[in-house]
Write a protein that binds this ligand. Structure first.
Ligand code: COA
Length: 384
């Protein structure tokens, strides 16, 4: 037995939810919760947002390094045509227009992967794996915006090859060339959510990749995990809460009521950050630059909620997470509420893809075990 193997006849107890358990090695990135810091490969994610653009970070995540100017040009030329929907996928989308976008996305992406003829990761080389991840990550925004428009009785809008990723996303959603400040704000949001350590959807993608299944399967599984409200489904709920609170005078009463009834305030608390979430701080700055009464109100709510949580939930260190200001920023930029979680998925697919590529290089299947707590077996099977 090597030092990386485990005796399968013994139990190793781990904390609930695998909190804090290291399950693999990675060079994709990590979160340092106590410090309020996270990184993509060797770079601070927040510094990347300040200094580089979306396409550079996409290249970094999937190809392992920031591009040189020539590599950047070649990368943009490689991914831009991949934004266009293959005809069979475009033809499928009207049938999915009745479902919510995350459901439609998982179905459409699954079909797009099958239609491309994606092969199991186990059977393809590194170059084909990379091509499959570029295909999927370039296509997701177009699938999402098309589904959204069809759902609202509008014609899908084809991608514009002259626009960068984030501006093109807003364009495909609204049909209008976005204002530069909106494109910049959404780009910052999208860059901030590309990856975030070993979160539930990333783990899901890696578990599926560890079986050697195809990249479509791994990404579709991750979409399912992200759709849950405790993971990616909170930004619209955070805005719903702002609406429900309504006025500054109502904050205390509303917040205390939720907490004393055992409820949770969406957009607050984080499984890893026990201090300010750096994405929330960055997005608060982005929101402040966009300005407006909604932003002012959100800041008031944040201040009071943090104070009340400290009083009613002492020692839990609950602050805003990425989703609180994400909702405010997206709404200001014209992204409708039902597209908040899908917009998160549009960037996170790149993080999943980077993790899937890494996982595929390790042929060990992820296979933990559960402690059986039911009636002691074998109980005699009753005769029919
Ligand atoms: C994100 C989240 C799931 C992390 O959970 P976690 O680290 O596993 O923390 P726990 O669920 O163990 O909660 C620890 C304590 O803080 C409380 N708490 C955590 N988040 C809270 C919130 N948003 N509002 C009120 N109380 C909260 C819990 O009730 C619990 O209290 P207890 O000790 O009295 O039982 C959790 O904070 C949450 O549900 N937040 C709201 C949903 C959200 O914003 N999701 C987006 C995440 S990016």
């Amino acid at each position: 037995m090597t030092d990386r193997e485990v005796d399968m006849t013994t139990f190793i107890e781990v904390p609930r939810g695998l909190a804090g358990v290291i399950v693999t090695d990675t060079e994709v990135g990590d979160v340092r919760g106590e410090e309020g810091f996270y990184h993509y490969r060797q770079y601070s994610a927040i510094e990347l947002i300040e200094k580089r653009d979306f396409e550079d970070v996409w290249h970094l995540m999937l190809k392992g390094e920031l591009p040189t100017p020539a590599q950047r040009e070649a990368f943009i030329a490689e991914v831009t045509p991949l934004r266009h929907l293959p005809k069979p996928v475009a033809d499928l989308l009207p049938a999915l227009s009745g479902s919510v976008p995350m459901e439609g996305l998982r179905t459409a992406l699954s079909f797009a992967a099958a239609n491309r003829g994606m092969k199991p990761l186990l059977d393809i080389d590194e170059e084909t794996r990379l091509a499959d991840t570029l295909f999927a990550s370039a296509l997701v925004p177009t699938i999402l915006t098309s589904l959204h428009r069809l759902r609202h009785g509008l014609e899908p809008i084809a991608p514009r090859d002259d626009l960068p990723y984030a501006a093109n996303y807003l364009y495909m959603l609204t049909g209008e060339t976005p204002k530069p400040e909106h494109a910049k704000a959404i780009e910052a949001y999208l860059m901030s959510t590309i990856d975030h350590g070993f979160n539930a959807s990333t783990f899901t993608a890696r578990v599926i990749a560890s079986t050697g299944a195809d990249i479509g399967a791994a990404l579709v599984g991750a979409i399912g995990a992200l759709s849950g409200p405790l993971h990616g489904g909170a930004p619209s709920r955070a805005l719903d809460a702002l609406d429900a609170i309504g006025t500054p005078e109502n904050i205390d009463h509303w917040v205390r009521d939720v907490i004393t009834n055992g409820g949770r305030l969406m957009g607050f608390g984080h499984a890893v950050y026990k201090t300010d979430d750096p994405r929330s701080l960055m997005l608060r700055d982005v929101a402040t630059r966009l300005g407006g009464p909604r932003v002012d109100f959100a800041k008031q709510v944040e201040k009071r909620v943090v104070e009340i949580l400290a009083e009613l939930k002492p020692g839990r260190n609950l602050y805003t997470n990425v989703e609180f200001y994400a909702g405010v920023v997206m709404e200001d930029c014209g992204v409708p509420r039902d597209m908040f979680t899908p917009t998160f998925a549009a960037s996170r697919v790149i993080g999943w893809a980077a993790n899937v590529l890494e996982q595929a290089r390790d042929s060990k299947i992820i296979r933990p075990r559960a402690r059986y707590t039911g009636e002691v077996p074998p109980v005699p099977v009753p005769t029919a």
